[in-house]
Design a protein around this ligand. Structure first.
Ligand code: SF4
Length: 351
């Protein structure tokens, strides 16, 4: 794992030995403070650890103090073009701003933002997107390449450094997975600043989840990335759920249950989908990182169930319950989840 600089974002840290954090962004109209606060609370409940709000105009900046006050997690203001919105956001008490110094304009404006961020002990994320790269970093006749994005991000980090600022997080996002991966590999090799990862505009539903997961997994498995956002069109709660599941799958985060369940087939002799759903719902409060296997038959079922901390191997209208590789008992299908929940809850009480 690449060791990056550790940057404080309110009550959290990004980089260094800090755990990889999950971020999301509200999609309410920020000017509607109450709707935005409600969404932030829902995201927090889902496991979001740092949240970003767009600040497109002065009216949005005006309600930021109210949002900051009610926000249970570090808050990031997303600013484009108008340095006064960055100044107002920092004065409102946000923990980080996301800017692209290239579109803020004159150097004195960037300097003022930096001085204000220093005063308020806020961090700055330089966020560059392939879709809005400054023309001076492009090569005529050639499409956007990873080196263009890397050059742009590093150039802008240099601008902040030239004003004596180093509480910097970097991001270079692209909607093309190969471009995103190669860019962040190069960026990671070139800098010690922590990296915020995201396949931008990944889309919605299954293709969006797969695209984000494909790009993020490669980098995270190589030890690259300090914080991430899964960008999906639609429900931002899903962004958080996918991010958490991704980190757990890569064993980069512990806590809560890792579920193993079979896809079902012609041998399945119990209503596996409904058993697995009910088990997941009723054990959502468990914090111990147990592995629980819910399997549909006696072919692969006993093997997986035995290898897990707890398991069910379905039979005809019944199931065998396992704990730590040992058969506990055989239970009728309708009592299987009650029995599993009792077993898991009682084990957690003893932890
Ligand atoms: S565990 Fe059994 S029921 Fe489930 S997919 Fe495998 S063979 Fe089919």
């Amino acid at each position: 794992m690449k060791k990056t600089k550790k940057i404080q974002i309110g009550t959290r840290f990004i980089g260094g030995d800090a755990p990889i954090t999950i971020q999301s962004m509200t999609n309410t109209d920020t000017r509607d403070a109450q709707a935005t606060i409600n969404q932030i609370h829902a995201l927090h409940q889902a496991g979001c650890e740092i949240v970003r709000v767009a600040v497109p105009d002065q009216r949005a900046a005006d309600v930021l103090p109210q949002i900051v006050k009610a926000c249970p997690i570090p808050l990031v203001a997303d600013i484009h073009f108008d340095y006064r919105l960055a100044m107002a956001s920092l004065e409102a008490g946000v923990d980080k701003i996301r800017i692209n110094p290239g579109n803020i304009g004159a150097s004195w404006k960037v300097k003022e933002i930096v001085e204000k961020a220093k005063f308020h002990q806020a961090a700055i994320r330089i966020g560059v997107n392939a879709g809005s790269l400054e023309k001076r970093f492009l090569t005529e006749g050639v499409g956007i390449q990873s080196r263009h994005l890397v050059d742009s991000v590093l150039d802008q980090a240099n601008v902040l450094e030239s004003f004596g600022f180093s509480s910097i997080v970097l991001s270079a996002k692209a909607s093309s997975v190969p471009l995103f991966v190669e860019t962040n590999r190069q960026l990671s090799a070139a800098t010690d600043y922590p990296l915020h990862l995201g396949v931008t505009e990944a889309g919605f539903g299954i293709p969006g989840i797969v695209k984000s997961t494909a790009g993020l997994s490669i980098l995270l498995a190589e030890g690259i990335g300090d914080t991430l956002r899964v960008s999906l069109t639609g429900d931002s709660i899903q962004e958080v759920e996918v991010g958490i599941a991704l980190l757990k799958s890569l064993h980069l985060r512990q806590g809560g249950i890792e579920w193993v369940s079979c896809p079902t087939c012609g041998r399945t002799q119990v209503n596996l989908e409904s058993l697995a759903k009910e088990a997941k719902e009723r054990l959502s409060h468990i914090q111990t990182p147990y592995v629980i296997a819910i399997m549909g038959c006696e072919v692969n079922g006993p093997g997986e169930a035995q290898n897990a901390d707890f398991g069910i191997a379905g039979g005809k209208g019944r199931g065998v319950l396992f704990q730590s590789g040992t058969i506990v008992k055989t239970v009728p299908e309708e009592q299987l989840i009650d029995a599993l929940v009792d077993l898991v809850e009682s084990a957690e009480r003893k932890e």
